[in-house]
Design a protein around this ligand. Structure first.
Ligand code: SF4
Ligand code: SF4
Length: 412
């Protein structure tokens, strides 16, 4: 594992951090056994920082980490979590949330405490109620060690926020597709020039740059003499920047942990060659041409009062264009609620706008959902749902039960 220094206090931080926003789940909840196994494994291999936040996994990410770290692993890692800035209306709220978070994490001190999703507007409001005084007081009392913020807004706001305070750390979204999005490369270099440590989130852009990727992008990676997975290429690009301290990656499977450990073990700043950097430029063009919606799957827009599974709708929509596949049946079965009885398709949106305020990518969600609905649902979608539920699913169930009986007979 490679480590990079916190420029303010000399902490040695692993270049790979464990992102606890996308832990493995079972029946919609954290799969505690699996998640614990993976996190212990990563720590045993040298990962020494974990990132979480008050709302992750419906509020259970912090308590889960508190439970699993208390018996010896807490001392091996730095904890990074975030103040839920949108719920803070007065000074006492900040005291209340920090107390709750310390209790949930079962610790006396949070190593890195960030204001979650800070923007110019929210910063103005928070400054008026004394956010900086509160954070300094908490640091003086030893309840937190480093003060920072996470960010998804525009570059000008980022620079203004950086200039306002002597931050220990900032957490920004950064990957080879987002060089000019949000803080971007200019923001990264600016924060670095001011002595701020920089943590990175979304190195895989919500998973779009890893796993199954468009054929044209895969062909370009295969031109390289070195065999690397798409996730390796993506994380390698981020860590190639000397300004970056660590990359938080959400790892839902052990294979992903191993893959990310391997790359973070190898990569040194400025180690990519000119030829390799040229490949990134070409892959980037492929994605730009194919992607319809710049959704990272973060889920901040959820829950929707109408039940729309917004990130999944956009995922299906992007898949259609990225892989030139029609996901109609999967879309109908999954978001139409044929299997679960829970309808979550784009056409349910009534345009209330609640989700738009929460989206860090500033997506025009209701308009985009209209596009998803017209392309993936088409006319008569409700009718198709009824037919599927009444005719196709019973046939499917008979088929499953028959094949189950046959396989049991062949085993006996
Ligand atoms: S605008 Fe549509 S998707 Fe967004 S919260 Fe309202 S109903 Fe849900
Ligand atoms: S629509 Fe926005 S808030 Fe919702 S998952 Fe996508 S990026 Fe996140």
């Amino acid at each position: 594992m490679q480590y990079r220094k916190n420029k303010k206090n000399g902490d040695e931080i692993s270049t790979l951090g464990y992102g606890a926003m996308r832990l493995p789940t079972k029946n919609g909840r954290i799969d505690k056994e699996l998640a614990k196994e993976q996190i212990y494994y990563a720590i045993d291999q040298g990962v020494n920082i974990i990132d979480t936040a008050y709302p992750y996994h419906g509020g259970s990410s912090e308590s889960f980490l508190g439970e699993i770290l208390k018996d010896g692993y807490r001392e091996k890692v730095k904890l990074c979590t975030k103040m839920p800035s949108w719920s803070v209306k007065k000074y006492e709220d900040m005291e209340k949330y920090l107390k709750i978070q310390l209790e949930k994490l079962q610790t006396d001190c949070i190593d890195y405490y960030l204001i979650h999703n800070l923007s110019k507007v929210s910063f103005e409001k928070l400054k008026k109620i004394g956010v900086l005084e509160f954070l300094e007081d908490a640091k003086a009392k030893g309840k937190i060690n480093n003060i920072g913020f996470s960010f998804h807004s525009d570059l000008d706001s980022f620079k203004e926020i950086i200039d306002t305070y002597n931050w220990d750390v900032c957490l920004i979204q950064y990957n080879y597709m987002d060089e000019k999005n949000q803080a971007g490369t200019e923001g990264l270099e600016y924060a670095h020039s001011k002595g701020t440590n920089i943590f990175i989130m979304e190195p895989l852009k919500g998973g779009i740059l890893a796993g199954k990727i468009p054929d044209k992008a895969q062909e370009i990676w295969e031109e390289s003499d070195t065999r690397r997975s798409p996730a390796d290429w993506a994380i390698r690009w981020v860590l190639n920047h000397p300004e970056v301290t660590t990359v938080f990656s959400g790892m839902g499977e052990l294979d992903q942990v191993e893959e990310n450990l391997k790359v973070s073990d190898e990569v040194l700043p400025n180690s990519l060659t000119e030829e390799e950097l040229e490949l990134y430029e070409r892959v980037k063009e492929v994605y730009k041409d194919l992607m319809k919606v710049d959704c990272t799957g973060c889920g901040y827009c959820m829950p929707c009062p109408r039940g729309v599974d917004i990130p999944r709708c956009f995922n299906f929509y992007n898949q259609k264009y990225m892989f030139n596949e029609s996901p109609s049946f999967d879309y109908l079965a999954i978001l139409g609620g044929v299997f679960s009885g829970q309808e979550a398709y784009a056409g349910l949106c009534n345009g209330c706008g609640k989700c738009v305020r929460a989206c860090p990518q500033n997506l025009k969600i209701p308009e985009l959902l209209t596009d998803v609905s017209s392309e993936l649902e088409g006319r008569g979608f409700k009718y198709k749902l009824k037919i599927t539920g009444a005719v196709i699913m019973p046939v499917f169930e008979v088929f499953i039960s028959l094949s189950d009986r046959l396989s049991r007979r062949s085993r006996s």
